[in-house]
Design a protein around this ligand. Structure first.
Ligand SMILES: Nc1ncnc2c1ncn2[C@@H]1O[C@H](COP(=O)(O)OP(=O)(O)OP(=O)(O)O)[C@@H](O)[C@H]1O
Ligand SMILES: [Mg+2]
Length: 417
């Protein structure tokens, strides 16, 4: 007998139904059929896309609330309404010059165009327009910045022949031409999704710089630019006055989904990952979802991750129903073994206090625990290394930390009901 069967197969499932990846526009592990809720936010995005001529929108919210998924599903629906949108999100970088920004935007469009199965003549023409420029860029080291006005010297001699002059003007015009060809090919308008700008919340100046640089480009007609990040990202972007006045509508802020929605998503996910023509076994009791919802403040990513960990831990050869009680003891033990036992008693105390405070600074902890700030700083370092805490935000010189979601499992101690 195969003693290395997939855990999920034991439940009659093809894959992990609690996988935390976002729903993608094309492919991906999670079916768009599992998308629930967000009616209001979806409607707002759709209205923005329907305001013909182009737009700029910000979608923001906490880590793992469902930002990427919302925008991807909105784009998926727009595809059905004959919009053009690259399958992949553009992973923006605050260090990008304007040329890098445009090139990466074009590159996202290009990757989707070349994957079209039976392209029309217009599409083929568009591909041919982009190809030389893009090939050239691809052949170069990506870390190379395109900010110089003309891609001149620096390459080997052979490369300098027949090379188009790639400067901002050239790229902007190229992008405009691409958009025009796409509309000629029958697409209504274009939507581009820039993801995870929150990576640069710590570098406010850089992020502002980027938005100052791209301000004109993101006004390209017939293109809808959607920027996704944290609420901090959103306030950084909107604090740039000349950018804020070209953003359509106020930022779309995502709050956690409701408990009922998350329950429905989870059971739907299980159903959708069932192996065809086989009975499946739903491993999660509603009570367990309720516990996790409370523990993780409604954060769906954290709820899914906790479920995945717990089910994997309890499963040996037979399906197991993850009751509330079982969930608590399993996750508590894991947190103890993997994290708490790895740090000193004193640090455990600090960690428990951080769990109570939700958001801590060196000062709030030193005061509360009567410890020296230097010591707290040292603990922060070690706890960060052990993935117990993460930097939530920093205002000025003050750094605000929060505990990792899995540390919250320590609050599930069955003996402390
Ligand atoms: N409305 C929804 N319906 C169904 N599933 C959802 C919904 N929103 C989010 N999810 C699921 O929750 C998980 C987290 O969503 P997603 O990755 O979109 O969050 P995010 O806010 O973009 O996270 P991050 O801050 O890490 O970028 C994913 O597995 C996704 O499939
Ligand atoms: Mg995301």
């Amino acid at each position: 007998m195969d003693d290395f069967v997939s855990i999920w197969e034991i439940y009659g499932l093809k894959t992990d139904p609690f996988c935390t990846s976002p729903i993608l526009v094309k492919g991906g592990l999670i079916s768009p059929k599992s998308f629930m809720g967000r009616e209001e936010e979806m409607k707002r995005l759709e209205k923005i896309f329907r305001s013909s001529g182009g737009s700029r929108a910000i979608v923001c919210g906490g880590q793992g609330v469902g930002k990427t998924t919302l925008v991807n599903v909105a784009r998926l629906r727009a595809l059905e309404k004959r919009f053009f949108t690259p399958y992949q999100e553009v992973k923006a970088d605050a260090d990008w010059g304007i040329n890098d920004f445009i090139i990466n935007t074009i590159s996202a469009v290009y990757s989707s165009l070349i994957s079209i199965k039976e392209p029309s003549k217009e599409i083929v023409d568009t591909i041919n327009k982009i190809k030389p420029v893009f090939d050239l860029y691809e052949s170069e080291d990506k870390s190379y910045s395109l900010s110089t006005p003309i891609l001149g010297g620096g390459y080997g001699k052979t490369r300098t022949v027949n090379k188009p002059e790639i400067n901002t003007n050239f790229l902007t015009n190229l992008f405009q031409e691409i958009v025009t060809s796409l509309t000629k090919a029958g697409f209504r308008e274009v939507i581009i999704h820039y993801n995870n700008l929150d990576n640069f919340d710590e570098e406010e100046k850089k992020l502002k710089g980027l938005f100052n640089r791209i301000r004109d480009f993101i006004q390209t007609p017939y293109v809808h630019f959607v920027f996704v990040g944290s609420t901090t990202t959103s306030s950084i972007i909107t604090s740039v006055a000349r950018v804020s006045n070209i953003i359509n509508d106020t930022p779309i802020k995502l709050e956690p989904l409701s408990l009922a929605e998350i329950k429905k998503i989870i059971h739907t996910r299980v159903e959708l990952s069932a192996i065809e023509d086989m009975n499946y076994y739903d491993p999660v009791a509603d009570k367990a979802i309720e516990t996790l919802y409370g523990l993780h403040n409604g954060n769906i990513r954290a709820v899914l991750n906790s479920l995945s960990t717990a089910v994997r831990e309890v499963t040996e050869e037979k399906p197991v129903l993850l009751t509330d009680k079982l969930l608590k003891s399993v996750l508590y033990e894991i947190a103890k073994k993997r994290f708490a036992d790895k740090i000193t008693k004193t640090m455990q105390e600090v960690l428990m206090e951080m769990l109570r405070q939700k958001e801590s600074t060196n000062k709030t902890l030193a005061e509360k625990l009567g410890k020296r700030t230097q010591n707290i700083s040292k603990y922060f370092g070690i706890m960060k290394e052990n993935q117990c805490i993460y930097l939530l935000r920093s205002d000025g010189r003050e750094k605000h930390y929060s505990v990792a979601e899995w540390i919250k499992w320590l609050l599930l101690n069955p003996e402390e009901e």
